[in-house]
Design a protein around this ligand. Structure first.
Ligand code: ADP
Ligand code: MG
Length: 887
């Protein structure tokens, strides 16, 4: 170690203090990385790996990025989940004695990055702090780039997952206990790509947490913040604040409010329901296009876009809050001209929240301040336009929250020029007349030009060089330029400074003095401009809470205007909200599928009626592709939209509000993760049966499909019996199934009704009518659908033949037998024959021999088998054997 150079010693020490970070170590014009960091970064960023001699036996592996391009490398590394610590020179290398002093100025992590270029405008970048303690989990969430800070506490792991999927944080910090709480950490890190790390125990000190929070929010007690009911949440919040401070190495002035909430005060949506309903992104390619957010988002500002996303991610359960939102949307509908005017005024409004964060982190530049001013200069017009919607309490409340910020507008307007540069240290920022010193320095610069012109003219006269000129360059300063042809005329007291191709440049004592005066003034001017700019920035920062409040009001207004605009364009209606448990939708439509169609009238509307009694459960049958899934999702989406406060795609709607929506989509419809899809399906059904209440809405799409016909049918059957039982659950349910045998439940259970999606048979073909009608389908039309899909006639004809054979001993007969018995304890159907149209089970009719099975076993290419294939293959082989013994 003794041989190691002093710089490397400091490097190793700094690295040891931050072992989990990649260290960007400033050397001259580069940030350099060494050892493992160098290996990692050169691999991830495709940079050349070099080495540096540093007194050790071997050269240290090294790679570097130029400091002016560092941001893009840094952002890319952070996006990949790395933490990057920036170690900067903190004294001027020119004046430093010995080795330049260096220090970490900030650490950038996925959840603490505020760089504009790396953040998605319409999306919050959340960091979450989770503290597991005594079977409870305290949760604190923040978006550093906007200053949002929330806190809650939950008592079940399932709810922790629900909160995680609601916020989709990019980073999680937690205590050690959380790692063994039973949460699937690998899933969070792997599938969800969250950067998850534990922090040292001292972060989770209860007393310190309380003090940190009181300091941050400048209060004398926690009670005033309304958070004293969340003891574990407080620890999470304290840890998060300290972590954020440690990363930013500065105070967090943009985090001025803490918003406690109770998870159950919003509609709870689990992650698979969010995914299935495609609320903010599609299942297939995770794109916004094709999601509910895509349909509803006509916001004009980034703040509005983020708020709308939050609306969709957490629908309400408080009917008064929903009605308040409705009233605002309606008032803006009734005054569309004024709404459209407001939307025009909103269009040029910048992301005030994120600019404020940059202001508080002192990274905002003069152009940020100018866009800030241009944005807030729209506020008076917006406020005046809002007056035309008088009479709506919610909009009046909003208008009251909007502060037009005249003083700040004037301050920036008087201080900053109209087209300022990006750089903050090169001057050209402050407007004439704002400050006397600035004006006089500028005057000196102007005078300097005159002095120079005079000197140029005098020197021409005295030397007789007609084309002599005074030139300026950044490196050499001012000089007399003399072309080569006039070199002989140059007097002796001229000192040569620079030689160019066609000329020489000289200076003189007099010119040097003039240069010092002019450049000195320039230097002072730049310094003062920088100081004044920082002062203006700090004065804006001092108004943080007024500005943030206004920004939130503007965001909300933008959301209301967007929802109102969409409602008008897409012909939505205001739903009648109630707590009587009745859902009565007339001519409902699927908001997304309708938008995806070339012509909206191509979508066939349908009614939905559900209540807590006779119409609690609808069993929906109909062939594949008839529109079952679409119909059920449309109902779920309409209910959800109503509980956001939005209008809905229907001709009329009465929505008895629900506490939760659950959806489960059958195995083969789901493009889920790598697990056995049947297992996933059953997990989710288990979750629904355990967590749903009589106020929930259940959407069950083809459950029981991932297993054999008999198993599947039996499970589906028993699940419906369970849901229908008011003592056990009694929840409103739409249940789509291709087991038309389930229609037997109507009449048997009071609350079950049969519906089917009509098709018209034309000989051997079918036409989809997409209309839901009373009654059950008596067939599955699988063969007709197969034909539509282009299966060759030879195959479908043969299938028809087999089907007719099978029908002679139809499963339905058996099912009728069971339904004649009592309740779920009735005898289980024994497998004898298979569903008439289940083409998957055809092996029954081939004469399988043991050898066939053995041959098939031998031929399996195990290395290319997915777990699901393996399960299916095993199932088929076992069936082959079983059937052979039966035959
Ligand atoms: P199922 O679940 O019965 O197999 P889907 O709900 O998946 O059928 O619908 C299949 C396709 O039919 C959808 O992708 C959509 O394009 C179309 N579709 C469904 N419902 C309607 C409707 N009401 N109007 C127009 N097209 C519809
Ligand atoms: Mg379907």
């Amino acid at each position: 170690m003794d041989k190691v150079s002093p710089m490397m010693k400091h490097y190793l020490q700094t690295k040891a203090e931050n072992p989990d970070c990649i260290l960007f170590y400033r050397l001259g014009d580069f940030y350099e990385m060494f050892f493992d960091d160098a290996l990692t970064v050169s691999r991830e960023m495709e940079l050349t790996l070099t080495g540096k001699a540093c007194g050790m036996d071997k050269r240290a592996p090294m790679c570097g990025v130029p400091f002016h391009a560092a941001d893009s490398y840094l952002n890319r590394l952070v996006k990949k989940g790395y933490k990057v610590a920036i170690c900067e020179q903190v004294e001027d290398p020119k004046t430093a004695k010995g080795i330049v002093k260096r220090d970490i100025i900030r650490i950038v992590t996925p959840g603490t990055n505020i760089d504009q270029g790396s953040l998605e405008e319409s999306r919050n970048n959340y960091i979450m702090s989770l503290v597991y303690f005594d079977n409870r989990t305290g949760i604190a969430i923040s978006d550093v780039s906007t200053g949002d800070f929330y806190l809650t506490e939950v008592d079940r792991l399932k709810s922790v997952m629900d909160e995680i999927s609601k916020y989709s944080p990019t980073e999680i910090i937690c205590n050690d206990a959380f790692m063994v709480s039973g949460i699937n950490i690998e899933d969070l890190r792997g599938r969800l790509g969250i950067c998850l790390n534990t922090l040292d125990a001292h972060y989770f000190d209860e007393e310190l947490a309380g003090r940190t929070i009181m300091d941050q929010f400048k209060v004398g007690s926690l009670t005033g913040l309304g958070i004293s009911d969340f003891p574990t949440g407080i620890i999470a919040a304290g840890a998060l604040l300290r972590y954020l401070e440690d990363m930013a190495r500065s105070d967090l002035s943009n985090i001025g409010h803490i918003t406690p909430y109770l998870a159950y005060k919003y509609m709870l949506l689990d992650s698979s329901t969010r995914r299935n309903l495609e609320l903010t992104e599609t299942m297939r390619d995770k794109s916004k296009r094709g999601s509910l957010l895509w349909v509803l988002d006509r916001t004009k500002t980034a703040m509005g876009a983020r708020m709308l996303r939050r609306f969709i991610e957490q629908p309400l359960i408080d009917i008064d809050e929903m009605k308040a939102r409705q009233s605002a949307i309606e008032a803006l509908m009734n005054n569309a001209i004024c709404r459209d005017e407001i939307r025009e005024y909103l269009a040029p409004v910048y992301d005030l929240e994120r600019i404020m964060s940059r202001i508080s982190y002192k990274t905002a530049n003069p152009r940020d301040l100018l866009s800030f001013r241009n944005s807030i200069s729209m506020l008076p017009a917006i406020k005046i336009a809002l007056e035309d919607t008088k009479g709506c309490a919610e909009l009046e409340r909003l208008s009251g929250e909007i502060d037009v910020l005249n003083d700040i507008c004037d301050l920036i307007g008087s201080a900053i020029v109209d087209e300022p540069p990006l750089a903050i240290k090169d001057g050209g920022i402050i407007r004439d007349g704002y400050n006397n010193d600035i004006d006089s320095y500028r005057q000196a610069a102007v005078n300097g030009k005159e002095w120079l012109a005079r000197l140029e003219e005098e020197t021409r006269q005295s030397t007789g060089i007609k084309n002599l000129r005074i030139k300026y360059s950044n490196v050499f300063g001012y000089a007399f330029e003399v072309t080569n042809s006039n070199k002989d005329l140059v007097p002796d007291h001229f000192v040569r400074k620079q030689t160019l191709t066609n000329c020489e440049r000289y200076t003189t004592q007099e010119l040097k003095e003039l240069e010092d005066t002019i450049l000195g003034a320039k230097e002072k001017l730049n310094g003062l401009e920088y100081e004044l700019f920082c002062d203006v920035r700090d004065r804006v920062e001092a108004e943080m809470s007024r500005i943030q409040k206004t920004a939130k009001a503007i965001a909300l207004l933008d959301v209301y205007a967007s929802l109102s605009y969409v409602a008008e364009k897409e012909h939505y209606v205001k739903p009648l909200l109630s707590e009587n448990g009745i859902i009565n939708i007339k001519e409902g439509r699927h908001p997304v599928i309708e938008r995806m169609m070339d012509r909206t009238d191509l979508f066939i509307s349908n009614d939905t009626y559900l209540d807590d009694n006779k119409h609690m459960i609808s069993i929906i049958t109909g062939p594949n592709m008839a529109g079952k899934s679409t119909y059920m999702r449309q109902t779920a989406l309409i209910v959800l939209m109503a509980q956001i406060g939005s209008f809905v795609p229907a001709s009329s709607a009465e929505i008895g509000i629900v506490d939760r929506i659950f959806t489960r989509v059958g195995a083969s419809d789901d493009l889920g993760s790598g697990q056995s899809t049947f297992m996933v399906e059953m997990n989710e059904v288990a979750n629904i049966l355990r967590n749903a209440s009589s106020k929930s809405l259940l959407i069950l799409d083809e459950i029981g499909r991932g297993t054999s016909t008999y198993d599947g049918l039996s499970i589906a059957w028993a699940v419906i019996e369970h849901i229908a039982n008011k003592k056990l659950l009694g929840a409103k349910t739409l249940f789509a199934t291709h087991y038309h045998e389930l229609t037997e439940l109507e009449g048997k259970i009071d609350s079950v009704s049969n519906y089917c999606i009509a098709v018209k048979e034309k000989g051997d073909d079918i036409v989809f009518l997409r209309k839901i009608i009373k009654g059950g389908a008596d067939k599955s039309y699988g063969i007709q659908v197969a034909k539509l899909a282009g299966i060759p006639a030879m195959v479908t004809d043969r299938a028809r033949q087999i089907c007719d054979e099978l029908a002679k001993s139809d499963i339905t007969l058996k099912v009728k037998e069971i339904s004649a018995q009592d309740g779920p304890k009735g005898r289980k159907p024994k497998p004898k024959h298979y569903d008439a149209v289940d083409l998957g089970q055809m092996s029954l009719f081939e004469s399988t021999t043991d050898e066939d099975v053995i041959e098939e076993l031998k031929s399996i290419d195990i290395s290319n088998l997915t777990p699901l294939d393996a399960l299916n293959t095993l199932y088929k082989l076992q069936n082959d054997l079983k059937n052979r013994w039966k035959a």
